[in-house]
Write a protein that binds this ligand. Sequence first.
Ligand code: AMP
Ligand code: MG
Length: 315
Amino acid sequence: MDKSRNLSARVDSTTAAAILSAGGICAFATETVYGLGADARNADAVLAIYEAKGRPRFNPLIVHCANSAMAETLVVFDDNARTLAERFWPGPLTLVLPIRPGNGIADIVTAGLDTLAVRVPAHAMARALIAAALCPIAAPSANPSGTLSPTRAQDVVDGFAGRVPVLDGGACISGVESTIIACRDGAVIQLRAGAIANQEIEAALGRKVPRAEKGSPVAAPGMLARHYAPRTQLCLDVDNPEPGEAYLGFGPLPGCNGPTRNLSPSGDLAEAARNLFAMLHELDALGAGSIAVAPIPETGLGEAINDRLRRAAER
Ligand code: AMP
Ligand code: MG
């Protein structure tokens, strides 16, 4: 019975586009995590995203565009933003830029800010969906607010108990959310660590890109300390798990007698990012008393992985 309900949540790409065009909400795969999309110009449709997720209204959404030309109609690019868009789009980079007046985006998308977050995803099905729906798509991650992000269609089906239609595009290849960069008046700030390492952003611009300070007004408003959280308590930086404790490893595993997953046996951070949420989902479902997590280096993609783990461990 569960199975038929789960199957009924999946829709094909034609149906997904029709749902979005008609003002409905639909989940779809991107290269980062699954998004829960709606027409960004339709306030009622966007409101339905906030309600389905239980997302606080002060947390604005990223608008997904089919290409840079669509993004240019919504926001004003400066030279830094243009350089980054040319280098990383389509891909897991979100740019927070001044709103282009009269862009038609519903106010609820930006939670009253004078900037808008835009991204052109790389996933072929996501781009085709946006093009077919003929509108910019507001899409946060397709999970109830605060829970683990979904990187497989089944995570979305389970997270919303089959009540949200899903366009299945397979497992997400980046596995962590986009890197968010704000560009304004020549200044560039990293608002969220993500699937593109800060060094790559700095290399593209030929300059240092500072991280937004905690609590600063420019920081991404939705960056809550506790987020991406499994039901099971996480313990970070553990080299040797307690007997019976679940263990999420990285690199060679120590002796473990509880359930284990390994983010990357070879210590590859891209592989670890890709596996992060799926393995946390799996260990969380086992109902262990706690999940111990191996130390992850803070370099490159490790910054985004550790950011998600720290928020997941917050109680
Ligand atoms: P999510 O959709 O859950 O990946 O979260 C999107 C993130 O983008 C949130 O942390 C928001 O705070 C951030 N964001 C979206 N729009 C803006 C904006 N205009 N200014 C700053 N941060 C933004
Ligand atoms: Mg999210």
